[in-house]
Design a protein around this ligand. Sequence first.
Ligand code: GLN
Length: 236
Amino acid sequence: MIGPTGTVVVPSDGSPSMSLSAPGLATGAVSGRSQAGSDLIVGVLALQGDFREHAEVLRSLGATVVLVRRPEELATVSGLVIPGGESSVMDKLSRIFGLFEPLRAAVRAGLPVYGTCAGLIMLADTVIDGMVGQQSLGGLDISVRRNAFGSQNASFETDLLVPQLGSAAVHAAFIRAPVVETVGPRASALATLPDGRCVAVEQGNLLGTSFHPEITGEHRFHEYFLTKVTTAAFRQ
Ligand code: GLN
């Protein structure tokens, strides 16, 4: 089900890209009642990027949220969100914090994971235009191109149709966003831009978007993800 080890293809631009807040490393958990009255804990990878925004959305949906910076925290969660930020930095920090291999193992074992933007890059089996030495966790049978829309100035917002989430359009913010260049047979596209480029995918328990629902008040992706978390936990 889960793809081969994540690989990164040909670093190209080498440009630094940091578009979201990079808060410090204060530890903490955001608590709330989880969906369906269960005690499921949802983690948000909190090494770097906009993890606070994800934690807020998940909490508003009733989830119990733990910020994940250590393998012991990862071990407590029934699902994980990997936020937007900078994938090459997240990759490096995950090694420094001893999280890279546990994260990879968790994805392979079927942990539900939702990645936004840099998080999507972390979940891609193949990363195009990665930084030198950058690796991904892999799991999603896709290739993504980093910074596919150009510089920070090329960031934009648009409305997307995501049939899986109903007929109302999703308002999507793209910030130094990646695009999904190829969708392999194990993954499926959930949303495309008008020009046909894929910007949202799922594969079993994995979900990924090039854009940031957590900053536009769009909660349906998180709700959809929480159903994956609940279903996966129920099956165990
Ligand atoms: N360009 C960033 C990267 O390569 C992603 C940007 C984002 O998460 N908004 O990781």
